[in-house]
Design a protein around this ligand. Structure first.
Ligand code: TXA
Ligand code: MG
Length: 325
C-alpha cells in the first residue's frame, strides 16, 4: 500500500514517486497530478473503464468530454488530424496552457467515452515538470479533467484535491500550488474560423498575435454540442455577488487592488492588493474555497478589469455567480 498523497519537488520530481504513479495509471486507476493551470484527475485515456471511473468520481455528466494530455507535440498526430494551423499554434504555445480541439483520428487508440462519442478531441501538453515526467513515464495519453467535483471550484493545491476527491482517487501527486491557477484556454480549430470555447491561461490577445482574429464563444448551453460552457460552473456553495464595492456584515468580501476604505465583510481576502491579474488568477480558486464557509450569506467580489487574464477571471466569476439549476 502507498499513502494517498505524495508530495514531490515541483521542479525536479522524485523519480520513484513518478514511477509509482505511472504504475497506478497503467493499472487503470485514478491519479491526481499538478499542472501549471490546475490539478488534474488523470486516467489512462486508452482504457475505457479507467475513463469511466473519472466520470463517476467527479459526478460528471458523461456527455461532457475530457481533455487528453500528452507529453510532446509529435504525439498529437496519433490522436488528432494535425493541420498547419495546429502546428503553428502548438509551436508557439505548447507545452502550456492552451488546449486545441481538432478532428479525432478515426483509428485513434483511445476510449470513446473520453471524447463523449464526438468526432472532435481536445488535446493539451502541460508544461509542469511533474505532469511532464508523469506523461513521459507512463507512455500513454492521459485523460484529465480538473480534480474537483463536477460544477464546483477547480483544485489548485493538493489539499483541495484531498478535500473534494480524497475518497475517490487512488493517488494524489502534490507539488504545491498551481502557478497559473486558471484552466487552459480551449481553442476549437475544427471549423472555418478558430473559436475560443473557454478563456484561460493563454489570453485571446496572445493567440491573436500569432494567428489573427479569433472568435469568442459567447453563449452558454446545457447541451452536449458545445460542451464546457455550462452557465453555472466553478461554483462555491455560497452565493456570489459581482462588481461589489463593499460587503454586508454577513457576507465575505473578495477584493482586488487597493481597498481604499471599502468596508464590510465578515471575512476579507484580496486577490492581489497590487492589482496584478496574474497574482489574482493564481489566488482565485483557493480564495473562493477559503471564503466559502456555511457562516456567510454570500461572497461579494470587487470588479476585475476586463483585460488580459482578467477576461478569464471574470468568465469564471460570472459562472460562479450564475443561477444554479
Ligand atoms: O487546464 C486544464 O485544461 C485542466 C488541466 C487538468 O489540464 N483540465 C480541465 O479539464 O480543465 P475539464 O474537464 O475540467 O475542462 C475541460 C473542458 C470541459 O468543459 C469540456 O467540455 C471541454 O473542455 N472539452 C473537452 N473535450 C472537448 C471537445 N472535444 N470539444 C469541445 N470541448 C471539449
Ligand atoms: Mg473542470
Amino acid at each position: 500500500m502507498h499513502p494517498k498523497l505524495l508530495n514531490l519537488h515541483a521542479a525536479t520530481p522524485d523519480k520513484e514517486f513518478i514511477a509509482l504513479a505511472a504504475e497506478v495509471l497503467r493499472a487503470g486507476k485514478l491519479v491526481a497530478f499538478p499542472t501549471e493551470t490546475v490539478y488534474g484527475l488523470g486516467a489512462d485515456a486508452t482504457n475505457e473503464q479507467a475513463v469511466a471511473a473519472i466520470f463517476a468520481a467527479k459526478g460528471r455528466p458523461s456527455f461532457n468530454p475530457l481533455i487528453v494530455h500528452v507529453a510532446v507535440i509529435a504525439q498529437m498526430a496519433d490522436y488528432v488530424e494535425m493541420t498547419p494551423l495546429a502546428e503553428n499554434l502548438a509551436a508557439h504555445f505548447m507545452p502550456g496552457a492552451l488546449t486545441l480541439v481538432l478532428p479525432r483520428k478515426k483509428d485513434a487508440k483511445l476510449s470513446w467515452l473520453v471524447s463523449a462519442g464526438m468526432d472532435n478531441l481536445a488535446v493539451r501538453i502541460p508544461s509542469h515538470a511533474v505532469a511532464q515526467s508523469l506523461l513521459r513515464e507512463v507512455g500513454r495519453p492521459i485523460a484529465a479533467p480538473s480534480a474537483n467535483r463536477s460544477g464546483s471550484v477547480s483544485a489548485t493545491s493538493p489539499l483541495h484535491v484531498l478535500e473534494s476527491l480524497g475518497d475517490k482517487v487512488d493517488l494524489i501527486l502534490g507539488a504545491g500550488r498551481s502557478p497559473i491557477g486558471l484552466e487552459s484556454t480551449i481553442l476549437d480549430i475544427t471549423g472555418k474560423a478558430p473559436i475560443i470555447l473557454r478563456q484561460g491561461g493563454i489570453t485571446q490577445a496572445q493567440i491573436e498575435s500569432i494567428i489573427g482574429t479569433v472568435e469568442l464563444f459567447s453563449g452558454h448551453t446545457q447541451t452536449p454540442t458545445a460542451p464546457g460552457q455550462l452557465q453555472s460552473h466553478y461554483a462555491p456553495n455560497a452565493h456570489v455577488r459581482l462588481n461589489a464595492n463593499g460587503a454586508e456584515n454577513d457576507e465575505a468580501f473578495l477584493a482586488f487592488g487597493p481597498e481604499m476604505g471599502i468596508k464590510g465583510g465578515k471575512k476579507r481576502l484580496n486577490l492581489s492588493d497590487r492589482g496584478d491579474l496574474h497574482e489574482a488568477a493564481a489566488n482565485l480558486f483557493a480564495m473562493l474555497r477559503e471564503l466559502d464557509t456555511p457562516d456567510i450569506k454570500g461572497i461579494a467580489v470587487m470588479p476585475i478589469p476586463e483585460t488580459g487574464l482578467g477576461l478569464a477571471i471574470n468568465d469564471r466569476l460570472r459562472r460562479a455567480a450564475a443561477p444554479r439549476e
